[in-house]
Design a protein around this ligand. Structure first.
Ligand code: SAH
Length: 501
């Protein structure tokens, strides 16, 4: 069975995607998306998934509806699991129906996953309920796309001027003045409360509350434009009392996350909860190394190691992936082997795979591991250190100096990832750039090239090793995490943002 899924992405806050939508997105081979409301969800897609932007982007026209239909049919014919991802709800001014017809004509079935429409979601995030007891018993959603001064329009603005209840207008910012005048002429009181919510539910959300007669001027004075939802009716007057979103300590700060795409979301999510406007600029990608003699030897000797040292979540993932390829699980590991994790994230990854961690250093760096193993007799003991190809040799040298027979096995490498110029540009002008590994520092420099002196952002480092890599690259570190974890990075950012400039 081959069905294309038409999925509503919600209005922008990634938390508003449905559970079913997320399942489909994570499994998709191809995703055809419109930018509005969907940007932050692309990180959920599989690394190899084909991502096709159907919307307008700088220098390029949007695909026409026909082209979108043909693209979807083409992908479905290839036998791919296809998701058509649309902002808000696919059937609220989303042309979802047309796309289903195009697919049906070609013989393909469709699954529809409704989404939170911006018509309700954006006002909700501004503290405006579209209905409220004794204030509004109905709401009408209408497009403002049609020109109200031209004959032949389908929207009956006269009727909308008379109908009680809340009026919600999408795509109305361009014609807000004409629409307001028309509604007032038809009987809506000019002093009725009215609001515009731009980029609703996202970190960029801004709203103004005025009256029907003044909304156009007030929005213009505040520089508020598309995309926005306009809400006309007494419920708009509740915004002040019902506002529920509080600005986090990083509100209004643009923070760049340089981790690999597959890992960025851990940090990005934490930052967004703190109110930051996050830009993911994945400067590296994790690539498993082909199974060589070292890896094969390691798998054969798993039962011999008296200590297993893991220095990253990637290392854990790769180790277990290699074991699984051989049909091995934790039973292949010596029952008395000490399991050493460099920090809490690595420990959690091991725990999740059923391997309890015996040793975790107080300082989450290689030197900390050596401290934590002080007092453990390593003389002649076979020890596995599983890590990235370009990792530092210090740990292994020290373990060897203490008599351990170390197998140092490189399981993956980090390779540079390219980025669009616009993202590099935005990163240079951001408020903060975060670095969580020395490999990201090197590749960030490679990506930015000779524009590095233009870096305006303040720089936050996860710990001393990363800070040293930054110093080597002549990038001054403004804050270093006190605890070398992602939470530590967040704390350092909040601390920095708190300090008077
Ligand atoms: N299917 C979408 C609407 C698509 S029409 C939905 O259900 O939300 C595009 C219009 O939706 C925009 O012009 C704007 O009026 C509105 N819109 C979409 N996302 C928005 C957001 N995050 N904040 C404010 N308005 C939004």
């Amino acid at each position: 069975m081959n069905r294309v899924a038409l999925v509503g992405a919600g209005p922008g806050d990634p938390g508003l995607l449905t559970v079913r939508g997320r399942e489909l997105l994570e499994a998709a081979d191809a995703v055809v998306y419109d930018r509005l409301g969907t940007e932050r969800l692309m990180g959920l897609c599989r690394p190899g998934a084909r991502l096709i932007d159907a919307g307008k982007s700088p220098g390029r026209q949007a695909l026409t509806q026909d082209e979108i239909g043909r693209t979807l049919v083409g992908l479905a014919r290839e036998g791919l699991r296809v998701v058509r991802l649309k902002g808000g709800d696919p059937f609220v001014f989303g042309r979802g129906g047309e796309e289903i017809m195009a697919l049906a004509d070609a013989g393909f079935g469709v699954e529809v996953v409704p989404g939170v429409t911006s018509a309700i979601g954006a006002p909700a995030y501004a503290g405006i309920p579209v209905t409220h007891r004794a204030v509004a018993t109905s709401f009408t959603v209408v497009t403002g796309h049609e020109d109200p001064t031209k004959p032949g329009e389908q929207t009956d603005w006269e009727a909308l001027g008379r109908v009680p209840g809340t009026l919600v207008i999408l795509m109305g910012m361009g014609r807000l003045r004409a629409i307001s005048e028309r509604l007032i002429a038809a009987g809506r009181p000019a002093d009725q409360p009215a609001a515009a919510v731009q980029w609703g539910t996202t970190h960029r959300q801004r709203e103004v509350v005025a009256t029907l007669g003044t909304l156009h001027d007030v929005a213009a004075a505040h520089g508020l434009g598309s995309p926005a939802v306009v809400v006309i009716g007494d419920v708009a007057g509740l915004a002040g009392r019902l506002a529920w979103r509080t600005a986090g300590p990083l509100a209004g700060r643009r923070v760049v996350v340089t981790r690999a795409r597959a890992q960025a979301s851990d940090l990005s999510e934490r930052l967004r909860i703190l109110g930051a406007d996050v830009l993911e600029l994945p400067v590296i990608r994790i690539e498993p190394l082909p199974a060589d003699d070292a890896i094969r030897g390691m798998l054969a000797r798993l039962g011999d190691y008296r200590a297993l040292v893991l220095t990253s979540v990637n290392g854990v993932e790769q180790l277990f992936a290699r074991m699984a390829e051989r049909g091995l699980d934790t039973r292949a590991i010596h029952p008395d082997a000490r399991v050493v994790a460099i920090g809490p994230a690595t420990a959690a990854a091991l725990n999740a795979r059923g391997l309890r961690v015996d040793v975790m250093p107080e300082r989450f760096v290689a030197e900390g591991i050596l401290d934590a193993l002080r007092g453990v007799d390593l003389d002649g003991a076979p020890v596995l250190v599983a890590r990235a190809r370009e990792a530092r040799g210090l740990l292994v040298d020290e373990l060897r100096a203490r008599g351990a027979r170390v197998d140092e096995v490189a399981l993956y490498r980090t390779v540079p990832e390219d980025a669009p110029d616009a993202d590099v540009e935005a990163a240079l002008r951001a408020d903060y750039v975060t670095f969580t590994a020395s490999s990201t520092v090197r590749n960030f420099c490679a990506l930015v090239g000779d524009r590095l002196p233009e870096l305006r952002a303040r720089v936050v480092s996860i710990g001393p090793v990363t800070s040293r890599a930054l110093a080597d690259a002549h990038i001054p570190v403004d804050q270093e995490a006190g605890v070398f974890t992602l939470d530590g990075v967040c704390e350092a950012l909040v601390r920095d943002a708190d300090e008077p400039a």
